[in-house]
Design a protein around this ligand. Structure first.
Ligand code: ADP
Ligand code: MG
Length: 571
């Protein structure tokens, strides 16, 4: 084992040499209090920074096993430690010094959500942080004295402040882990109470702005308060009884005037599939894991999706049992989005009229009279929302401000009134019998069966020129070979590190599981098992396997990316 003195003398030896000389640092070093790994050295000072890890063994780190034995607690602990590490970087790192990314230290820590990440790993034996260093240079020559400062002063201080249990704020850490565990507990308990979502009293749903995910603050914020008729409670392991509004399984409408907080409530439910940090305002907004936001997405590609429950008899006899297009319309894209989500096991659809195709959602009596059924390919969602629940057990929460026809198909109607929910189910029923809808229900034959889709491995090509080109560009784009997969409208993707993971998962799926016989949903389930067993490192293309910048995506977002790959072919 090399030690820190070897590291230091290597550094001295390469001073003022060409940047490539940094390669000599690659390897493992005993720094006494911790192990240092230089996993990968960047090619030049402008390239993606070098990958470095630090491992502290538990005889020194001393994290109590109770903080990481159970998975939800471990995820929260690792997430917390990455944030501590990041704060320590702000405090101790001198920042950019020299050319390109020289002098930078960075760890991939989270924002409002608590996600399973690869930046910090903890087990019985050690805690390990994976981070990034811009190895310093002037022009393209090695600056050893700056590197010396980073590796012998700054990193030790950062590690000291974040990876030893005794140095941390125990109260804050325990609350963080306990809170995440309770969020998970409620999510797991929803179905026992016949619910698909829960919003605790006192929650703060609105965000600071359209481009900020931080909670809105100030005197104008109305905190959430459940109507008495929908109030439920959970007995959490760490926070005792938590009360709030339960959204039952079935069909639930959110109605109300414009600008009264309908979309804000739905957005909070979309994010409720993830755990949130203390102080977010949505810590106790919990949605079932298998909830998918559905919207219209004009222009997307669709590959052989059976959209017949919604669309039949297109002009020119176009096939809707295996519907393919390079340029979907509002309604066909929304239909495909639903079928693809169901294919992956979705149990709750979240739909906002603001982002839906009108002709997909409704068709009223007058329009039925004018454009008779034999001329209209679309069966509106209105006529399928009940079969979805009754045949497939798939619930829906719908934001509907404009169409009273939906009152007929709802189990519950919640009105948002000046940002507060009111249960108007009874009133809605009375209105339905007083003013019967003037429309005829369409398509009596129910929803029908879902068919698995089998991706053809030959339709994936990760190469661009002679290079493998697989990666993410920010939150919304996956690069796969020649193709850019656009994910702007996949709204439950929340972290660019999830996008990065999705890119490498597609490659992994193609190498390992797409064989022309396995369905898309089976392949993704297999990958989920691998991820559960081996952690996020399993998808890493790096030889030593330590990739510090992944966050776990859900199966719905993985499938969404594959379904939007423009070269995808399905058997
Ligand atoms: P709708 O969908 O009913 O038209 P939105 O949900 O878009 O309304 O909300 C309208 C505005 O009100 C947004 O700017 C939002 O941030 C704000 N808002 C929503 N809920 C609250 C609340 N509980 N307290 C204060 N402001 C809120
Ligand atoms: Mg709205």
């Amino acid at each position: 084992m090399q030690d820190s003195r070897t590291f230091s003398s290597k550094l001295n030896r390469i001073n003022n040499r060409g940047y490539k000389a940094y390669q000599e640092l690659q390897g493992e070093y005993d720094f006494g209090r911790y192990r240092l790994f230089v996993d990968h050295v960047q090619g030049d000072p402008f390239a993606a920074p070098s990958r470095v890890s630090v491992r502290v063994y538990q005889d020194r780190a001393k994290f109590p096993a109770s903080l990481f034995q159970k998975k939800p607690r471990r995820i929260a602990l690792c997430d917390y430690l990455a944030r501590c590490f990041s704060q320590a970087v702000k405090k101790y790192c001198g920042g950019i010094r020299g050319t390109g990314k020289s002098g930078l230290i960075f760890i991939d820590s989270g924002k409002q959500e608590i996600l399973e990440r690869s930046a910090v790993v903890i087990n019985e034996s050690f805690v390990e942080a994976r981070f990034f260093c811009g190895l310093p240079a002037r022009g393209r020559t090695v600056l050893s004295n700056v590197a010396e400062k980073m590796f012998f002063q700054e990193i030790p201080e950062i590690v000291e402040a974040s990876l030893y249990y005794e140095k941390l704020n125990h109260g804050e850490l325990l609350e963080y882990v306990n809170l995440a565990e309770d969020q998970e507990y409620i999510r797991e308990s929803l179905s026992e109470q016949g619910l698909v979502a829960f919003i605790a009293n006192g929650s703060v749903l609105p965000r600071r702005s359209g481009i900020s995910d931080l909670p809105l603050t100030g005197p104008k914020v109305i905190s959430f308060q459940s109507p008495a008729s929908l109030e439920v409670s959970f007995n959490t392991p760490n926070h005792g009884e938590i009360r709030g509004m339960g959204i039952p399984q079935g069909v639930t409408l959110i109605v109300g005037g414009g600008f009264h907080g309908k979309s804000t409530l739905l957005h909070a439910l979309e994010r409720g599939v993830y755990n949130h940090i203390p102080g977010d305002g949505r810590e106790w907004v919990i949605t079932v894991r298998d909830a998918v936001k559905i919207r219209a997405e004009e222009g997307r590609r669709v590959e052989k999706v059976d959209i017949t429950p919604f669309i039949n008899n297109l002009p020119f006899g176009q096939d809707t049992q295996q519907f393919s297009t390079d340029n979907a319309s509002g309604s066909t894209s929304q239909a495909a989005n639903i079928i693809e989500a169901l294919e992956m096991g979705c149990k709750l659809l979240l739909i906002d009229e603001d982002t839906s195709a009108t002709n997909f959602m409704i068709r009223d009596g007058r329009m039925q009279a004018l454009v008779t059924k034999d001329r209209e390919p679309i069966t509106p969602f209105l006529d399928q929302v009940r079969p979805l629940y009754e045949e497939l057990g798939v619930s829906s929460v719908l934001v509907i401000g404009g169409s009273g026809d939906y009152l007929d198909v709802a189990d519950h109607v919640i009105m948002m009134n000046e940002y507060s929910p009111v249960d108007v189910t009874k009133e809605a029923e009375a209105i339905c019998s007083q003013y019967p809808a003037r429309r005829v229900p369409e398509r009596g034959e129910g929803f029908g069966k879902l068919k698995p889709r089998i991706p053809l491995p030959g339709s994936f090509d990760p190469q661009r020129g002679r290079k493998t080109k697989v990666g993410a560009k920010g939150l919304d784009v996956v690069q796969f070979g020649h193709y850019q997969i656009e994910l702007d409208d996949v709204e439950q993707l929340v972290d660019p590190s999830q996008t990065r993971a999705i890119a490498d998962i597609i490659y992994y799926a193609w190498k390992k599981y797409f064989n022309g016989r396995r369905s898309l949903s089976d392949a993704i389930r297999q990958i989920e098992e691998d991820l559960d067993k081996y952690g996020l490192d399993v998808i890493s293309p790096f030889r030593e396997g330590r990739a510090g910048d992944y966050a776990l995506p859900r199966r719905y977002e993985i499938a969404a990316a594959i379904n939007r790959l423009r070269s995808l072919e399905v058997r």
